[in-house]
Design a binder for this molecule. Sequence first.
Ligand SMILES: [Zn+2]
Length: 203
Amino acid sequence: MPIDGLKIIQAVMESSRIRESKGIIPIFGVYVSLFFVQYYNRLSFQYEKLLGEKGAAQAAAYLTEAAQECGYATFHGVRNSWEWQEIVQPMIEKPEDQILGFTAMAEAFGWGALQIQKIVPYVELRLRVHDSYEATGYQQVYGRAPSGKCYMLRGVTGAFMDLLYGDDYPDGCFSFKAEEIRCRAKGDAFCEFWARKNDAGHP
Ligand SMILES: [Zn+2]
């Protein structure tokens, strides 16, 4: 049975109506909350700007690593939830189908329309995103970017591969490393992320 992304998105949307008193949403084994995209973008991009031209690459690396670690823990929780076991697991025929489950979840979280371009098990993942909120947010404030700006999605692309082909949780994080090879913020038609084995073994 192929992965029915719409079914997953619907399940997430329905479950997200349940809110705890502080606004926390318990869903698919993890806790999420509504967050202002512009606020998140401002924090990321101002941090990068504060470090200046010399520190920009380091800022980008830190923001990507933070996203990869967060994505690794979050999607580990998701795939161990009873909702995943009940809704997604029956549709999975081969290990890499899990990534289709992850991308449907990510769409439901509002991260953009994620399209898998290529998966080679244990080797690489190419993910295309058409409406990354980071690219939109960067352009709105700063205009055309000199380099890719979607650190969250970049880190998460690496995390998806870590979860499938890295060592068992929690030792597999940063087994892969992703680059953003195209970004709408720098004038490309879409953003594209490419995760490959991280031979350095650390972020
Ligand atoms: Zn981008």
